[in-house]
Design a protein around this ligand. Structure first.
Ligand code: ATP
Ligand code: MG
Ligand code: MG
Ligand code: MG
Length: 439
């Protein structure tokens, strides 16, 4: 992309309404624009990162064998009357009626709709196990929308639902989700710690929230410092292997790590003092096994091998796709701007032309641009007729991992400068060598 043709409305001023750094940086970097409280337009740069995050989610769901689909944002109230949640949900639900006075709502989640679909089509245990998911906009009329996309009213969520014949199978689905989420967040450059969360009236310890540690997080968390040493890495997993998935769950959840809702001071204090940590965290996902509650109410019943009709065991599993942008920036920035992890960066590298209009500099930039594209990379070429200082400031703000600086002086010696956004270190080298380093 050539910056002269792009739409990147970078702000010079720090927006007064933004209280936390990720919100400030997203506004300044021209990624989002507020449409009304908690509702945002995703400008091209923000939209690009949102799609990257969404793609990682899809890739990792595919790896786990989960099946993508798409359900609508608007749902009929009657579905929610069946589950009993229409009245229970309260003022967070946005209720609307259509021209025929039919009651509708903008979905805050999709348990009812997906269970209704499965109830309609699945009649035999032979269709199981089944995990369906979608990435779709949700609406929750939050009392206090704030922190930009972190607590929006309209937000993008991946929500998946497993349907299994037995509790044991459903718990395998639970474990599978935990494993796939670990890998999903790591690919985004995040350390998201699974923490035991509150399972509400259902009880049991079958829910974990994934938390990214950050001072601006809204949850208070308590954990054993050893959990921050765990990484999933690129280990091979057979997602059909129950024992293997269960072992990963055990590895990542056996140490103390809880949100304030489930915090057990006695168990926490039993840890050696130097390992006890209290911090704040951002909830970027949650997994849940809840048994047959919805399938009984919505009629998701199948015939088992003995011909008996049994309700399906279910769980639901969510990732806060749009919230993740805020979480990633909270975890990765400096005083100049965002520092994108390679996995989610909107462009792979920026090219800064120090002297636009200089025939040699222009030609060198064009050649770099084409070479990067030929290698399957997406460069952002700052080809505007602006001062170098302004170009550098914009590049630092939008946070691409690499910058290639091209100017007449360097070109006389056959070199360009390659700068790492994260370390700030620069190195001079021939253009071909810079490309080599990036591929
Ligand atoms: P929170 O505790 O932050 O209100 P939640 O527990 O109500 O979140 P879930 O129902 O578990 O949310 O939804 C799954 C994921 O969707 C959450 O883990 C979070 O990452 C994201 N999410 C929830 N509410 C919002 C929101 N208002 N804005 C952006 N993302 C959200
Ligand atoms: Mg909530
Ligand atoms: Mg929560
Ligand atoms: Mg939650």
């Amino acid at each position: 992309m050539r910056l002269s043709r792009y739409f990147l409305p970078v702000l010079k001023e720090t927006p007064a309404e933004a209280q936390i750094v990720s919100h400030r940086l997203m506004l300044r970097a021209g990624m989002i624009k507020q449409a009304s409280a908690g509702i945002y337009s995703w400008l091209p740069l923000g939209f690009k990162v949102l799609r990257k995050i969404e793609n990682i989610v899809h890739e990792e769901q595919a790896r786990a064998g989960h099946i993508p689909m798409l359900m609508p944002t608007l749902q009929p109230a009657d579905l929610w009357r069946k589950s009993g949640r229409y009245d229970a949900y309260g003022p967070e639900m946005l209720r609307v009626s259509d021209r025929h006075d039919r009651e509708m709502l903008y979905g805050p989640t999709n348990e009812e709709m997906i269970t209704d679909i499965v109830a309609n089509y699945v009649t035999s245990y032979k269709t199981l196990p089944l995990t369906l998911y979608h990435v779709q906009w949700k609406f929750r009329d939050e009392v206090r929308p704030r922190f930009g996309v972190m607590r929006g009213r309209e937000f993008l969520m991946k929500d998946g639902y497993n349907f299994d014949l037995t509790k044991e199978d459903a718990l395998h689905a639970y474990n599978r989700h935990l494993v796939s989420y670990l890998r999903t967040y790591e690919r985004m450059g995040l350390r998201a710690i699974p923490m035991r969360a509150d399972s509400g009236p259902i009880g049991g310890d079958y829910t974990h929230e994934f938390l990214v540690l950050a001072d601006t997080g809204e949850s208070e968390v308590f954990y054993d410092s050893e959990v921050t040493d765990l990484t999933f890495g690129d280990r091979e997993i057979d997602f059909d292997d129950k024992a293997q998935c269960a072992a990963v769950l055990e590895e990542f959840t056996s140490r103390y790590a809880r949100t304030d809702e489930t915090h057990d001071a006695a168990a926490f204090n039993a840890l050696p003092e130097e390992r006890r940590r209290t911090a704040r965290g951002i909830e970027v996902g949650q997994i849940f096994y809840f048994g047959t509650e919805y399938s009984e109410k919505m009629g998701a019943v199948v015939q088992n091998e003995d011909g008996a009709r049994v309700p399906l065991h279910m769980g639901s599993h969510g990732i806060g796709v749009s919230r993740l942008l805020g979480a990633i920036i909270e975890a990765s920035h400096d005083d100049k701007g965002i520092i994108w992890p390679e996995g989610v960066t909107p462009f792979h590298a920026g090219i800064v032309n120090l002297k636009q209009g200089d025939a040699e500099a222009d030609a060198a930039c064009e050649a770099l641009y084409k070479a990067m594209e030929a290698h399957g990379m997406e460069p952002l070429y700052d080809d505007r007729n602006e001062r170098a200082g302004g170009k550098f400031a914009s590049m630092d703000l939008i946070g691409l991992p690499w910058r290639i600086t091209v100017g007449p002086r360097g070109l006389k010696n056959g070199v360009v400068e390659l700068t790492s956004r994260r370390s700030g270190e620069s190195e001079e080298m021939p253009p071909e060598a810079a490309i080599e380093k990036l591929v």
